[in-house]
Design a protein around this ligand. Structure first.
Ligand code: GDP
Ligand code: IMO
Ligand code: MG
Length: 429
């Protein structure tokens, strides 16, 4: 057993954190390769609930090193707060957290730039983001002129000069476009961020060399995707996506590590579908069943507390994202949430506006919005399955549902989760 990729195949919150935590038994390093504090992974271990955002989930296991790759965007105050919270929960990070000097830094004007579009009077501008400055920071990274990287913070003169130019540009732009914008003082921000840099210094290094050395020493790496493949900026439901490659496609650019070392590709899905923020959602349930799933599954955002939109499992979308992310096995999560429903539906195809049957996910927003799901209906089960720990102990209809998902996805389901705790998990036989 060598290295593993764990990636969400829906619109995020598939319970990737739980699976990563579980698989830490078999790995030495957990690597985040994209996203930032927009991610929220809840892990329940030995009765304690941990919330991880920027820090890789492996931090909860003492033997695991955790790496924040160059593809992640870092808001230093958010990261320091998370480090502090984890420390206060008894998690020892010393010598185990490694932050790339090539990661880009989220600055106060990024949050303001996001406000500009998210609070615009035109609803067409609203993506429904987490407002963590993710999109504007990635925009500056790709734009090159104003991007600031973690490594810049350790060259104070260079940093102050580069920040001053960026702030001058942003102040002029934002003052013209945003009511109630208070111009940012570049010197004060520089001093503040140089202070953060001192606190982060023990963690910052050349993670590209570090990860290659770890791999060469035979360490088993686990790449932890944030968000989900349908939120991928290239392959997701654009423009209602995040600003990074949140499918497994982000691994190489976000770490400097080729994926040929990975031999296990786990796609994580919920037994149903959720989505936070705007964008098309063909199987959305805007009714009592959707509300029931939200209530029983506690479907409220870890980061923003927003109610998650809930719907049936969408096999068209999940098949598509599984191809993109190269999944060879599925972890099927939150199956317990469906207990008690007399019947359960799964979208197996879409019907487009001309009445044609579509089995692949349309690339254009307008086409996807016009698609209607074609459902197959399966019998539900009434038993509470939260204490099931073996495949054999699942009710027959629950097994039938799992087999149906595997058939639709055209790959095996290897893990089924029936509750938030580490132990509430079973291997499929
Ligand atoms: P992530 O972002 O993909 O790691 O997922 P989140 O942590 O945002 O959301 C998943 C939620 O489901 C968390 O609150 C988990 O504690 C919870 N959870 C994980 N697995 C299960 C399960 O099998 N059943 C139930 N009921 N909850 C689960
Ligand atoms: P985890 O890792 C669910 C969604 C936002 C919004 C869109 C863009 O916990 O699965 P952004 O702030 O990234 O610019 O927002 O992406 N989004 C997520 N949805 N889970 C996440 O992360 C998400 N991260 C971003 O709701 O629709
Ligand atoms: Mg989440």
């Amino acid at each position: 057993m060598a290295s593993t990729c764990v990636v969400g195949l829906q619109w995020g919150d598939e319970a990737k954190g739980k699976i990563v935590d579980l698989l830490c038994d078999e790995h030495d390093v957990v690597v985040r390769y994209q996203g930032g504090a927009n991610a929220g992974h809840t892990v329940v271990a030995e009765g304690v609930t941990y919330k991880l955002s920027l820090v890789p989930t492996g931090i909860l296991r003492k033997h695991v090193d955790c790496l924040i790759g160059n593809g992640v965007v870092i808001h230093p105050p958010a990261l320091l707060k998370e480090v502090q919270t984890l420390s206060s929960q008894g998690v020892d990070l010393a010598g185990r957290l490694h932050i790339s000097d090539r990661s880009h830094v989220i600055l106060p004007y990024h949050l303001e730039e996001e406000r500009l579009t998210e609070e615009s009077s035109s609803s067409a501008d609203h993506i429904g983001t987490t407002r963590r400055g993710i999109g504007p920071c990635y925009r500056d990274k790709v734009g090159r002129v104003h991007g600031i990287r973690v490594g810049d913070l350790y060259h104070p003169e260079f940093f102050r000069e580069r920040l001053a130019r960026a702030v001058d540009y942003k102040n002029r732009l934002l003052s013209a476009m945003l009511d109630s914008y208070t111009p940012i003082d570049a010197s004060a921000v520089a001093t503040e961020y140089l202070g953060y840099a001192e606190q982060l210094r023990p963690f910052v290094r050349d993670t590209t060399s570090w990860i290659h050395d770890a791999q060469a020493q035979g360490k088993r790496l686990l790449f932890e995707g944030a968000q989900g493949s349908l939120l991928d900026v290239d392959h997701g439901s654009y423009p209602y996506v995040t600003s990074s490659n949140s499918s497994s496609a982000g691994i190489t650019p976000g770490t400097g590590m080729p994926t040929r070392h990975i031999d296990r590709w786990i796609g994580v899905v919920k037994a149903y579908t959720t989505r936070v923020g705007g964008g098309p959602f063909p199987t959305e349930l805007d009714n009592e069943i959707g509300e029931r799933i939200r209530r029983i599954g506690r479907e409220y955002g870890t980061v923003t507390g927003r109610p998650r939109r809930c719907g049936w499992f969408d096999a068209v979308a999940a098949r598509y994202s599984s191809r993109i992310s190269g999944s060879t096995e599925i972890a099927l999560m939150l199956l317990d949430v469906l207990s008690g429903l007399p019947e359960i539906r799964v979208a197996v195809a879409y019907e487009d506006s001309s009445g044609n049957c579509v089995e692949s996910m349309p690339g254009h927003l307008a086409d996807l919005e016009r698609c209607h799901p074609i459902f197959e209906t399966l019998p539900g089960w009434s038993e509470d399955i939260t204490s099931c720990r073996t495949w054999a102990s699942l009710p027959e209809n629950a097994k039938q549902y799992v087999r149906f998902i595997a058939k639709q996805m055209q790959i095996p389901v290897s893990i089924v989760s029936v509750g938030p705790d580490r132990e509430a998990t079973l291997r499929v036989e």
